[in-house]
Design a protein around this ligand. Structure first.
Ligand SMILES: Cc1cc2nc3c(=O)[nH]c(=O)nc-3n(C[C@H](O)[C@H](O)[C@H](O)COP(=O)(O)O)c2cc1C
Length: 391
């Protein structure tokens, strides 16, 4: 007996199609919360278009009958160079969204990075056993809280710590302002009218909507009031953070430490000198500083600055297997995806994230085959037209 393929799966034929399906599922303010960027969304758009500027030069006569997509990162084998990046409030897109996404990543043989702003706590996520699992933190005004989260992550067996450096002030996300999106979500009259069309999401979330919170910020014995927690979180962000904070974190976290939000080669160089283990070239998916360079445009100078001393990861606008191959050809070791996991969750929870990862895998495999490359190590600048340099 053949099991029928769910209707969504037939329509989710690529990542952009998953975005369209997610849009149909979610109330507009929730869709826009994930989809939007800061201010005029220049950086958001650049992240994607930067990939169009890079062209591949295939060598089909290389005999790439089979392709091995696996990589080794910080001593751990991953089945492909795509990692699920940290996104706050994933539990708003599907009940228990973070644990669903982590399980899907584990099943796909890749790593999952939990956001500081997850709905479940970092301990609850660790309870799934999903690995490799990474934890993302900020430098808070209360340095004791940064230390506390770091120590909790170590206790809960996280494999790497990601310090996000580009969220020291909240970006100005004007779609959220226009939509009146708030945390916890409240929907005005026009929002409520649109809700009638989103009955599936409402029904699915009927219990969880009340429980959506920032799990890691709830103190023992404290009510998980999301509004109060969101206020506390925003007030904890600290634009005065500096390299001293990186040094302090380096002292307390013994495992791999990554800096996320690096765009300037000087910061990448400084990070290596101060003993960090990896950088994530990122502009927060265009959600923070509008006008910042696209990650892909910033990558080559960072590759030069680091000159192979530590792994370089990249995120922002990666929507195709060919984007992954282009980033690797320019010198990245792996890519993270942010919004695509939320679209996957919105469409079908764990199965949706699994499907999203399968799309990347198939596309990377096809691109490698068409380019005549048998392993990830075989992807380098020689695969790029004009060696990846823009004309
Ligand atoms: C809804 C949403 C929430 C996010 N929350 C976090 C977060 O808590 N911490 C963090 O470091 N990055 C966060 N990011 C940024 C992502 O980790 C990532 O840098 C970005 O989404 C990559 O771009 P992409 O969405 O184009 O793949 C968030 C992104 C989105 C879309």
């Amino acid at each position: 007996m053949t099991v029928p393929v769910p209707r969504w799966r037939r329509r989710a034929y690529n990542v952009e199609a998953m975005r369209a399906l997610a849009r149909a599922q979610l109330p507009q303010p929730v869709f826009d919360f994930a989809d939007g960027g800061a201010e005029d969304e220049q950086t958001l758009r650049r992240n994607e278009t930067a990939f169009d500027e890079v062209a591949l030069l295939p060598r089909p006569l290389s005999g790439a009958a089979t392709r091995d997509l696996s990589i080794t990162l910080f001593g751990q084998r991953l089945s492909m160079p795509v990692i699920v990046g940290p996104t706050g409030l994933a539990g708003l897109f599907w009940p228990d969204g973070e644990r669903c996404a982590a399980r899907a990543a584990q099943a796909a043989g890749t790593a999952f990075c939990l956001s500081h702003g997850s709905v479940c706590t970092l301990e609850e996520l660790a309870g799934t056993g999903a690995a490799p699992r990474w934890m993302q933190v900020f430098i808070y005004k209360d340095r004791g809280f940064t230390r506390e989260l770091t120590e909790r992550a170590a206790q809960a067996g996280y494999d790497a710590l990601v310090l996000t450096t580009d969220n020291q002030m909240l970006g100005n996300r004007e779609r959220d302002i226009r939509n009146g999106f708030s945390i916890p979500p409240r929907f005005g009259l026009s929002g409520l009218a649109g809700m009638a069309l989103k009955a599936e999401w409402l029904w699915r979330m009927r219990r969880d909507l009340k429980r959506v919170t920032f799990g890691n910020y709830v103190r023992p014995g404290e009510a998980a009031d999301l509004k109060a927690l969101a206020g506390r979180m925003a007030s904890l962000l600290d634009p005065s953070m500096s390299w001293q904070d990186v040094d302090d974190l380096r002292k307390i976290w013994r495992g791999p430490l990554l800096l996320k939000g690096i765009l300037h080669p000087d910061e990448a160089r400084m990070g290596v000198e101060r003993g960090i283990d990896g950088v994530i070239v990122s502009n927060h998916g265009g959600r923070q500083l509008d006008g910042a360079a696209a990650s892909m445009d910033a990558l080559p100078a960072i590759v030069d600055a680091i000159s192979g001393r530590i792994p370089i990861l990249i995120d922002g606008g990666i929507r195709r297997g060919s984007d992954v191959v282009k980033a690797l050809a320019l010198g990245a070791q792996a890519c993270l995806v942010g919004r695509p996991q939320l679209w996957g969750l919105a469409v079908a929870g764990e199965a949706g994230v699994a499907h999203m990862l399968a799309i990347y895998r198939q596309e990377i495999d096809r691109v490698m085959g068409l380019c005549g490359v048998t392993s990830i190590a075989g992807i380098d600048r020689s695969l790029l037209h004009q060696n990846g340099r823009h004309t």
